[in-house]
Design a protein around this ligand. Structure first.
Ligand code: SF4
Length: 358
């Protein structure tokens, strides 16, 4: 840990500089990263900012935007004993449109939590008589691991169900949808893979500053200060404030693996809708290991949200979790109604844990 990045006085000074430079103009700054939301909420950064500078969470939690119909499709494979389904722990309890992986497991399906896709490949190798499907979700940060396993050549009984998504098309969608965003705090982890340059076409097309930030309080507040400064001075550039981890060109090896195995496709984001070119479909070369083709399961499309759930508005930064009538009442981390209350990166789960609303 870099102690200086948590220096209370430095963070306070940066916050008062934000207030000074923002003046009386209203600002709406969005981030698209669950870890940024954690940092902002955990360290109380919103409370340090002036009332006219709003920082809102966008669709930065991959588990939250995974379509319920895709969860159903994979849960059904397990429930009907067609395959052993492996996935990450967060996904297990996310409610689909009709079911969840936890319910499929309770009904006797073989659903296993793994820490990495290579664990799933090893299981498939050790049990060649069974079919294995890895439910592969996440943004550009997790997709390279799945891609590398397919490039290495997994056993014949292994396939992935790709629900991977790309972040830049979602940012472009949000800017184009008139969401009133003055600038983006770009996601730190995703940026280590795609690099700072990936945002340049969006910043210049929409004339909005895009600032890559790390996760410590001083990182985040510096990113906010950068955006406010750019806006008041009429700039709209991509600035990399996270140079200790992010390069302009990103991680070329990881990006190479992604483009070898996946091709972009339109993709449905839960609570938001279909975003053009934001999905990652397994290329035909790897069809044998594409669970959608191998098992004839698709999923996707608009399956709606649980009744009364405001996750769609939360994911678009239009509503704070506390604005949902179910927050902390019918919907809690112990009994989640919507996907944003499940994952540790979900905006509602973070608000419930750190804002002490009970
Ligand atoms: S409190 Fe629950 S139901 Fe409401 S928006 Fe959040 S996750 Fe969805």
């Amino acid at each position: 840990m870099f102690v200086g990045f948590r220096d209370r006085d430095l963070v306070r000074r940066a916050a008062s500089e934000v207030a000074k430079r923002a003046g009386s103009r209203g600002f709406r700054i969005m981030h698209v990263c669950g870890t940024h939301e954690w940092s902002i909420t955990h360290f109380g950064l919103r409370e340090m900012l002036p009332a006219n500078v709003k920082v809102v969470a966008g669709p930065g939690c991959p588990v939250c935007v995974t379509p319920g119909a895709e969860i159903d499709a994979v849960a059904e494979l397990a429930a009907r004993r067609k395959a052993v389904v492996t996935t990450f722990g967060d996904v297990l309890r996310v409610p689909g449109a009709r079911s969840s992986l936890a319910e499929a497991k309770a009904a006797g399906g073989d659903v296993r939590v793994v820490y990495s896709v290579s664990d799933a490949v090893q299981m498939a190798r050790a049990e060649p008589e069974k079919e294995f499907v890895h439910f592969s979700i996440g943004f550009e940060t997790t997709a390279p691991m799945s891609a590398v396993e397919l490039i290495k050549g997994p056993p014949k009984n292994f396939s992935i169900y790709s629900s991977h998504k790309l972040i830049p098309p979602a940012m472009e969608f949000l800017l184009g949808s008139g969401a009133g965003i003055d600038g983006f705090i770009c996601p730190g982890h995703v940026s280590t893979i795609i690099g700072a340059r990936a945002y340049e076409p969006i910043a210049s097309k929409y004339g909005k500053p895009m600032v890559i930030s790390g996760f410590e309080p001083l990182d985040v507040i510096s990113g906010i200060l950068n955006i406010v400064t750019q806006v008041v001075s009429g700039r709209a550039a991509v600035d990399n404030e996270y140079t200790r981890a992010v390069r302009a060109e990103g991680n070329e090896i990881a990006m190479g693996a992604i483009s070898k195995v996946f091709e972009p496709c339109d993709s449905f984001w839960r609570g938001i809708g279909t975003i053009r070119g934001s999905g990652m479909r397994v290329r035909g070369t790897y069809r044998e290991h594409d669970a959608r083709a191998r098992h004839g399961v698709e999923g996707g499309g608009d399956e709606g949200m649980p009744e009364g759930c405001g996750c769609g508005d939360v994911l678009l930064g239009r509503m704070e979790p506390e604005g949902c009538p179910l927050f902390g009442k019918a919907c809690t981390p112990a009994r989640p109604v919507g996907p944003c209350m499940v994952s540790s990166e979900g905006t509602c789960a973070i608000a419930f844990k750190y804002r002490k609303v009970r």
